[in-house]
Write a protein that binds this ligand. Structure first.
Ligand code: HEC
Ligand code: HEC
Length: 268
């Protein structure tokens, strides 16, 4: 036996490991095996919620043409591939009248799917008509994560925000949580970070909590795609990371509803 064969074996193991890792990130529809049900239990709920917000950002891909299932002309083609764009921040789906053609198109609400078996939801995401065969781009683990988000992340939403967009929380109780958890980055008035982008006027947390309550709830609970790392400690990358309240901050649904009810009382 050559002297250096003992180096050869560990090297071989390392190569196998590396190949294994990249294999796990392969689009689901390119793999031969059916989805492994154990993948559901091991899946990452937070990742699922962030993929729902913006899977293109997480996967670092772009789309130049609009999703054929999206019934409206829009300037931002890339956005028409994001789950929330069709299924909504309130997860209740949408109804569209196609301009010209009198036909109404309905996107089903995912709130109606939360009790369905996991493998059924998995396949509804992975396989589908053009524009909805997400297994062509998402890996098995990512599709399980989305499935888990639909089954376990969506149901609790009803307890936090009403169908009219009112937070079901107590602003008085939320004041302390807001001070402890949000003020350091968003400021005491919630306007420390301006979300208005190119539009005039400051749009801070108060503006968002009042005008886009469901989006605000989603991103407070789960963080922001590409801007949150569930395992990142609170202080690392300060001002660049949006910590997920239901993740690294460890807040309960009731605490989150209280904090956002308080945010909605701040001046815009
Ligand atoms: C362009 C619009 C659009 C986008 C983007 C979109 N969907 Fe859908 N989705 C639909 C439509 C339309 C249906 C119904 C399809 C059908 O009836 O065959 C549907 C069906 C579903 C269903 C089955 C629900 C049911 O009641 O049958 C699930 C689950 C689902 N989508 C999840 C997702 C996820 C997760 C994403 C993001 C990765 C996503 N969708 C992105 C439009 C969209
Ligand atoms: C460590 C800093 C930090 C803390 C703490 C923090 N945030 Fe954020 N938050 C951010 C950053 C950074 C962004 C993303 C800004 C951007 O879009 O570039 C953000 C974005 C958000 C958004 C998304 C806005 C949108 O575009 O839709 C919401 C909602 C939000 N934060 C709410 C909260 C709430 C509520 C708390 C307290 C529970 C909180 N944040 C705590 C840094 C923080």
């Amino acid at each position: 036996m050559p002297k250096n064969s003992r180096f050869f074996v560990p090297l071989f193991a390392v190569v196998l490991l590396v190949c294994g890792c990249s294999g796990a990130n392969r689009p689901f529809l390119s793999q031969q095996a059916p989805p492994d049900p154990a993948g559901y239990r091991n899946s990452d709920l937070l990742l699922g919620a962030q993929l729902y917000d913006n899977w293109l950002k997480i996967k670092r891909v772009s789309r130049s043409s609009a999703n054929p299932l999206y019934p409206r002309a829009t300037a931002n083609a890339r956005n028409t591939h994001r789950c929330y764009k069709c299924h909504g921040w309130d997860y209740r789906g949408r109804q569209w009248k196609k301009p010209g053609a009198g036909k109404t198109r309905r996107v089903p609400g995912l709130t109606e799917s939360t009790d369905r078996p996991a493998d059924e939801i998995f396949l509804a995401i992975a396989r589908g008509p053009e524009g909805h065969a997400f297994g062509e781009v998402l890996s098995e683990g990512e599709i399980w994560a989305l499935t888990r988000f639909i089954r376990e992340g969506i149901p609790a939403t009803k307890k936090m925000v009403s169908s009219k967009g009112q937070f079901r929380g107590n602003p008085q109780s939320g004041r302390a949580g807001f001070a402890a958890r949000c003020v350091i980055c968003h400021g005491a008035d919630g306007n420390g970070i301006d979300f208005s982008r190119r539009k005039p006027g400051v749009q801070g947390l108060s503006y968002l909590a009042k005008h886009k309550p469901e989006q605000t709830l989603h991103r407070t609970r789960w963080g922001m795609a590409g801007k949150s790392s569930p395992s990142a400690p609170f202080t690392r990358g300060m001002f660049k990371i949006m910590p997920a309240a239901a993740g690294s901050l460890g807040l309960s649904g009731a605490e989150i509803a209280d904090i956002l009810a308080y945010a909605a009382t701040l001046p815009e």
